[in-house]
Design a protein around this ligand. Structure first.
Ligand code: ADP
Ligand code: MG
Length: 705
């Protein structure tokens, strides 16, 4: 970078020709304020406009560029008013059709003017038509110049057309330092943040070359260059973006490592008593995970660890063992679950395990009210309560812990990155920070573990307790509902039990519960010999507990439920699950649900009862469920089919939503990103802030709430 060069981020867009206040506002709404923003506003696809087709040779379905003379323009009144303009060249005629148009447009298409148009050919009212083509009037003695590179199509906003945006982007590109062809206005530049060492090592383009290559790809490049992630410029930017995200997550982690936490060293006597009382021995996977956690707890900086394991792998026991370390040293433990029902299950488990050991277990949810709430809060505050189980209510302002040493979050993919970080902030109000253990219900695909969870260390329970028989899954159309009824009847005749899960599109919990009620009534009529129960999210906590107890004791044979039973329900005698409209759920969620059966010693079955017609994508997803019971495999597929935003539930927020990168497409970059982030942390810490600022901008603040 030479001394005379000016950073493009300091040059406002208004410096460009034709950018006045009105256009500036539009650009601002796209997040574009200066020339650097403009250059980082990247096209999402390309078109080939290097050739002008002769009108006589084109056919419907093609996307073409034509040029010709306007021979008529008029407004047609039909079912919808439209502007029709006929254009001819020496091979034929074609109609341009606009349903939205202005008077200015009408006059620009005056008879006799030459226009160049680009658009898709369709069969319309008057034969072949171009619907809403991009067009421009060609001046009289203008040469027929065609594009010398593929044409970039940009994300844009209302009232800002591609032609205009492209011309502005081209102006900004001209500010870049000269390339081999030497076209540059001044010696201004974009700051290259990646150290030479990295660029050489991975043979990346320089930032300037990368930007140029994305905006102005050569004509020989494939039109799918961007969608397939093959443009080397895009490749380099994806890398830089993923690196920025990873460094941001690593920053959270290293911040935590600067903090102090209480040390829980020796394995307490409580652990021995607890293990003795358990009716089983730990699997090797559980033992390994527990040891990793115990090692962390013995350090003086806060643990940030992810505990992964498939449904039913026994994460709760490992959490309990960890909790005993804190409790034995006089510290409190908070266990947070994403739903009331799961929290209740944990509460029941922990009471059963810990009360015999003389440990005081408390309960708090948003629904804990009145005197119960006051008493509970007081006992957390004065330290009597040693283990508090609940929902996110555990971290409301009014909850004050006397001595919080460990937070356990049963994440179940519902708490996003943000909530996790927010919680950490909240917990960090004392001189000593609590340790944190995050349990995920569904395994996290490696790509996400390396990006969205890069701030956490990782423990994996990679086996199920012995004796589990994999659930057999069938995908059945709703037309064959009768067969499903028979299956339920015969299962119940053999003294087994079944779930019927209702899923609904409606956002409203009330409607979901109503539908489950209707289904329960219908099933009661259709299966007169079977005792049918109902559970849903709108029931009172005591009612839910009562129903679950009756189901567990075998009083009820068929339990109709909304997806509230997704987590935490443990009834080994249930061996059949019917999931209605499974096509509406994500794979991870289906896997969770299915994990509710297959807990006993008999073979279990899961019936995915779909509504016809089923889309191709829907079929594909359900067949993943039929083929596999491996949570790790299913999670990978889920990510592939739905994308990270959906899987993490973060598409609304900045973190983990990428401008250039795509976790699936760019998965092969992640190892390099990981390696590079270590190198940057060690040798080039000065580029961390600018990189995070460039790619995450203000979203980092959001992450830090
Ligand atoms: P998840 O990992 O899905 O949270 P849980 O912790 O709920 O699984 O455990 C599932 C079931 O397996 C529980 O009934 C639990 O008591 C039982 N379990 C846990 N560990 C073992 C083990 N090592 N051997 C036998 N059963 C176990
Ligand atoms: Mg669990």
């Amino acid at each position: 970078m030479n001394a005379a060069s000016q950073q493009l981020e300091t040059i406002p867009v208004t410096r460009l020709k034709g950018v006045g206040a009105a256009l500036e506002k539009k650009l601002n709404s796209l997040g574009i304020h200066n020339l650097q923003d403009l250059l980082f506003h990247l096209p999402f696809r390309y078109e080939d406009r290097s050739r002008i087709a002769s009108i006589g040779s084109i056919s419907a379905g093609e996307t073409v560029q034509i040029q010709g003379e306007v021979v008529s323009t008029d407004i047609q009144f039909g079912r919808r008013r439209s502007l029709r303009s006929t254009v001819k060249d020496n091979s034929g005629f074609i109609t341009l059709r606009f349903f939205h148009f202005s008077n200015a447009q009408k006059s620009s298409l005056a008879v006799g003017s030459q226009v160049r148009c680009y658009g898709e050919v369709r069969r319309g009212r008057s034969g072949l038509e171009l619907f809403h083509p991009e067009y421009r009037v060609v001046r009289e003695n203008e040469d027929i110049v065609v594009e010398d590179c593929l044409t970039s199509i940009y994300p844009t906003t209302e009232g800002l057309g591609q032609t205009r945006l492209r011309s502005i982007a081209n102006q900004a590109l001209a500010f870049l330092p000269p390339n081999a062809d030497g076209d540059s206005i001044v010696g201004s530049t974009l700051q290259e943040l990646l150290p030479d060492e990295l660029i050489k090592k991975y043979r990346f383009r320089s930032l300037v070359d990368a930007i140029r290559l994305i905006h102005r790809p050569p004509l020989e490049a494939p039109l799918s260059w961007l969608s397939e992630g093959k443009n080397p410029g895009q490749h380099r930017l994806s890398f830089e973006e993923l690196l920025a995200h990873r460094l941001c997550m690593r920053r959270f982690k290293s911040d935590a490592q600067q903090q102090s936490a209480p040390k829980f060293s020796d394995s307490p006597a409580l652990v021995a008593s607890f293990l003795e009382a358990l009716p089983f021995t730990l699997t090797n996977g559980q033992q390994r995970a527990y040891k990793e956690i115990a090692d962390d707890l013995a350090r003086a900086c806060p643990m940030l660890r992810l505990l992964q394991g498939d449904v039913g792998s026994g994460k709760t026991v490992v959490a309990a063992l960890s909790a005993l370390h804190a409790i034995a040293q006089g510290y409190q433990v908070a266990i947070m679950a994403p739903t009331e029902l799961l929290a209740e299950q944990h509460f029941a488990n922990f009471c059963q395990w810990f009360e015999p050991l003389g440990i005081n277990v408390g309960w708090l949810s948003g629904k804990t009210k009145g005197k119960a709430r006051i008493t509970q809060l007081a006992s957390v505050d004065n330290g009597d309560c040693q283990l508090l189980v609940g929902t996110h209510a555990l971290f409301q302002d009014e909850v004050i812990y006397a001595k919080l040493g460990l937070i356990i979050i049963d994440e179940q993919h519902r708490f996003g990155v943000h909530q996790r970080l927010a919680l950490r902030e909240k917990a960090n109000q004392h001189a000593l920070n609590p340790h944190q253990l995050v349990m995920t219900a569904t395994p996290i695909p490696r790509t996400l573990a390396m990006s969205a969870y890069a701030d956490l260390d990782n423990s994996v329970i990679d086996e199920l307790p012995p004796g589990r028989i994999p659930v057999n899954t069938a995908v059945i159309s709703n037309d064959r509902r009768d067969q499903v009824m028979q299956r339920i009847e015969s299962a119940c005749k053999e003294n087994s039990q079944a779930y019927w899960v209702c899923t609904l599109i409606e956002e409203s919990e009330a409607l979901q519960c109503q539908a489950a009620e209707v289904t329960a009534e219908q099933l009661t009529l259709q299966l007169p010999d079977i005792k049918v129960g109902l559970i849903h999210g709108r029931m009172k906590p005591q009612e839910k507990v009562a129903i679950m107890q009756r189901f567990k004791q075998g009083d009820l044979q068929l339990l109709v439920a909304t997806t509230v039973i997704e987590v935490g329900v443990d009834v080994p005698n249930a061996s059949l699950m019917v999931i209605e409209n499974p096509e509406r759920l994500g794979l991870a969620q289906l896997h969770q649900l299915r994990g509710r059966v297959g807990r006993g010693s008999t073979r279990s079955h899961c019936i995915l009862l779909y509504q016809t017609p089923l889309s191709k994508a829907g079929k594909q997803r359900l067949s993943v469920m039929r083929e596999s019971t491996d949570g790790f495999y299913i999670a990978e597929k889920d990510l592939e089919l739905r994308g990270p935003g959906q899987v993490l539930g973060t598409q609304q927020t900045g973190l983990m939503s990428f401008k250039v990168a795509d976790i699936n497409r760019d998965a092969d970059l992640l190892d390099q990103v990981k390696e590079a982030s270590e190198l940057v942390l060690e040798k080039y810490p000065e580029i961390i802030d600018p990189l995070i600022q460039r790619w995450l901008g203000d979203n980092v603040l959001y992450a830090n709430v």
